[in-house]
Design a protein around this ligand. Structure first.
Ligand code: SF4
Ligand code: SF4
Length: 256
């Protein structure tokens, strides 16, 4: 017994103390570096992008790159192909946004500030999440990782519950194919007000690679009101925890 206790004490603390700290590694999504885009004489990024997440237009003294994180699957092709270093790896996990349009970034135009219309939430102390998986399960694995000893989301008052009747927030993963539409709506209808919906991952936001396909898997928007969008394919556990905490601290336009 004493040997076991000694062994456990020598393991140290596994739980990360640095909340949502920028990663040394790429988190998959691209971001804008300091270098100027050369514009439509190049377009290598938009040519290689498999989900049409990038558009390039000419702009005085360079190019205007529109990057839709809600459509990006984090393949990294645009970063590899960009000859100028305009596109670089994103290392900041705080990528969740309340509004879909705030996921569309530009290297030359400032994004709208999302914080102006935030209203307080009653979920400030704790929140119960029901996860509905409609996709490949990579996002579900990252949601599960949020509960491990490293990320330990329970310390922030974030709990996963088995029934929608106990849930405050619905975490939707996957592209939501037509076969899941009724099941997802049924789950949402069983939740008590006030209730929130979070689209976890690019598929849930826009359908990702499945968008426009025969399965009508175009994401959760249009089916349910989405309160928060967490991009990534899949999102990092810190991105998921940070997103849920954004819902806990406030919401845009939906009040308590
Ligand atoms: S990383 Fe995203 S934006 Fe870049 S090519 Fe891949 S899917 Fe497109
Ligand atoms: S690859 Fe780089 S330089 Fe070329 S259009 Fe895209 S962002 Fe601009």
């Amino acid at each position: 017994m004493l040997r076991l206790l000694g062994f456990l004490l020598n393991q140290g603390v596994a739980t990360s103390k640095d909340y949502c700290s920028p990663s040394a590694d790429s988190l998959g999504l691209p971001a804008f570096g300091n270098q100027t885009c050369i514009g439509t004489s190049c377009t290598q990024c938009s040519t290689v992008c498999p989900t049409d997440a990038i558009a390039v237009a000419d702009y005085p003294n360079g190019g205007n790159v529109s990057l839709d994180l809600g459509a990006c699957i984090g393949c990294g092709m645009c970063i590899r192909e960009c000859p100028e270093g305009t596109l670089v790896a994103n290392k900041n996990p705080s990528v969740a946004r309340f509004k879909r349009e705030d996921l569309i970034l530009s290297n030359v135009e400032k994004s709208a500030t999302q914080d102006a219309s935030i209203q307080p939430s009653i979920f400030a102390k704790s929140i119960a999440c029901r996860v509905v998986s409609t996709g490949c399960s990579a996002c579900d694995l990252e949601v599960a990782a949020c509960g491990n000893s490293i990320f330990d989301m329970e310390r922030y008052g974030i709990h996963v519950v088995a029934s929608p009747r106990f849930a405050d927030v619905l975490l939707v993963t996957g592209p939501v194919p037509k076969a899941m539409h009724d099941a997802l709506k049924s789950c949402y209808e069983q939740m008590a007000e006030p209730r929130r919906v979070i689209a976890v991952g690019t598929c849930a936001i826009s359908g990702g690679l499945h968008k426009g396909g025969y399965a009508e898997a175009n994401g959760v928007e249009g089916l349910l009101p989405v309160d928060l969008f967490i991009p990534g394919c899949p999102p990092h556990p810190w991105s998921i925890i940070d997103g849920i905490r954004k819902v806990m601290s406030g919401s845009v336009g939906r009040g308590a």
